[in-house]
Write a protein that binds this ligand. Structure first.
Ligand SMILES: *Cc1c(COP(=O)(O)O)cnc(C)c1O
Length: 411
């Protein structure tokens, strides 16, 4: 974490951000903001965070020079931050640890969280198990049905997974239920939001906890004698990207490139790309940002092969930094992400999460346009084990089908 003194946050990013919540949620958000600032200025809290990062998450995660791939494309030197080697398989654990420690310090005994694909639910359930906190995860019924392995892990960690049957029975409905719970439970409960969005102070808090990814990368590049020309990361809600980019937000270089889900292609309408003029300004679930909205202002359905990018809204700080041009946005389709995943597996011996593979695809394209003296760094926000039910279906459908049939027969 950065070593400066923390004061009150502005709570807005240009025209975006803010705290648009019902009156009843103002006191817990005020309490949280004050506790967060006090904790960040307390060396004991920071030491505790650092110690869990080392002994539990397995930090620092490695920075891999992807030499085979760099040679094959004949362009820039490509580096991969292997964030997927963190315990529980993705960057989500950094934020879960930061907030769970904060909740404990505030005297809270119960944690609630929303989850879509289940990655944030798994990270939250894991740290709650370690810290001895009661844990309740809200998850849409549709997501529970399609993300069984993650539900299994959350329950193994001792969390209660509470099915949400309202609305489209997916992530946004899970957020609504979690907010409803919190409005009546905040005396003993902390709501642990999973990405750099929601009402303030969540976007600032999540960025600070995820900044460990960017700080480590910066030090590792320096140790390798490399100066980055561009950093590339996939963008769902925006937590891995804002943390990865964080040391460079105030400077003009390197280029910072966020990669959204191009889904089945922009002409199909089945995607989750909100930047570059596609999203509209709106206020949803407590914050102002860019969202995919229909003509009536309703939140639109999105599509991505990667569950973590399949989301209609983007974190307010990214929306702002995109609008002033500090962060560039591009996108990768489902197919491009799968191709990048296969290439990195074969060339480097690492399997990207499907989300991260969108960043990988864009990094490959960019590296091919640059000379070998240039350096491009991509954040592998997660590893691909969790996606095996999806990637296997795409890559080897027949043999996978036979395997699943065998498994059912042995039940
Ligand atoms: C959740 C998730 C994402 C997307 O969320 P951000 O908040 O945008 O980082 C990306 N990669 C992985 C592996 C995830 O689990």
């Amino acid at each position: 974490m950065p070593q400066h003194q923390y004061r009150a946050f502005k709570n807005t990013f240009g025209e975006f951000g803010g705290r648009y919540v019902a009156e009843v949620l103002r006191p817990p958000l005020d309490e949280l903001e004050a506790a967060f600032i006090a904790a960040m200025n307390d060396p004991q809290y920071r030491a505790e965070f650092d110690s869990i990062c080392t002994e539990y998450i397995g930090r620092p995660t490695p920075l891999l020079h992807a030499r085979n791939t760099s040679r094959e494309i004949g362009g820039a030197q490509l580096y991969i931050k292997l964030e997927g080697l963190a315990n529980t398989g993705a960057h989500k654990i950094n934020n879960a640890v930061g907030q769970a420690l904060l909740a404990k310090r505030m005297g809270k005994t119960r944690i609630i969280a929303e989850t879509g694909a289940g990655q944030h639910g798994v990270a939250t359930a894991a740290i709650c198990a370690k810290l001895g906190l009661e844990c309740c995860i809200y998850m849409g019924e549709v997501d529970i049905a399609r993300q069984k392995p993650n539900v299994f892990c959350m329950e193994l960690y001792g969390a209660e997974v509470r099915p949400v049957s309202g609305g489209s029975r997916t992530l946004k409905d899970a957020v609504n239920e979690a907010l409803r719970d919190w409005a009546s439970s905040f005396a003993n409960t902390h709501y642990l939001i999973g990405s750099a969005l929601g009402p303030s102070p969540f976007p600032d808090m999540v960025r600070e906890f995820q900044s460990v990814v960017g700080q480590e990368t910066k030090a590792q590049l320096k140790a390798a004698g490399a100066t980055p020309d561009a950093l590339v990361a996939c963008v769902g809600g925006g937590s891995n990207s804002i943390g990865f980019f964080s040391p460079y937000l105030e400077s003009e270089t390197p280029r910072l490139i966020g990669v959204e889900a191009g889904g089945r292609g922009m002409n199909t309408g089945e995607h989750a790309a909100r930047m570059n003029g596609l999203g509209k300004t709106g206020i949803v679930q407590g914050y102002k940002s860019l969202f995919l909205l229909d003509d009536d202002g309703q939140v639109q359905a999105t599509h991505s092969v990667s569950a973590g990018l399949d989301y209609p809204g983007i974190g307010p700080q990214l929306a702002h930094l995109g609008s002033i041009g500090r962060i560039e946005f591009t996108r990768a389709t489902d197919t491009e992400a799968l191709d990048a995943l296969k290439l990195f597996a074969r060339n480097e011996g690492v399997i990207f999460a499907l989300e991260s593979a969108h960043g990988g695809a864009a990094a490959l394209k960019l590296a091919a346009e640059l000379p070998p003296s240039a350096t491009v760094v991509v954040n592998m926000s997660g590893r691909g084990d969790k996606d095996i039910f999806i990637t296997a279906r795409e890559i080897a459908p027949e043999s996978w089908k036979r395997f699943l049939e065998q498994e059912v027969q042995t039940l």
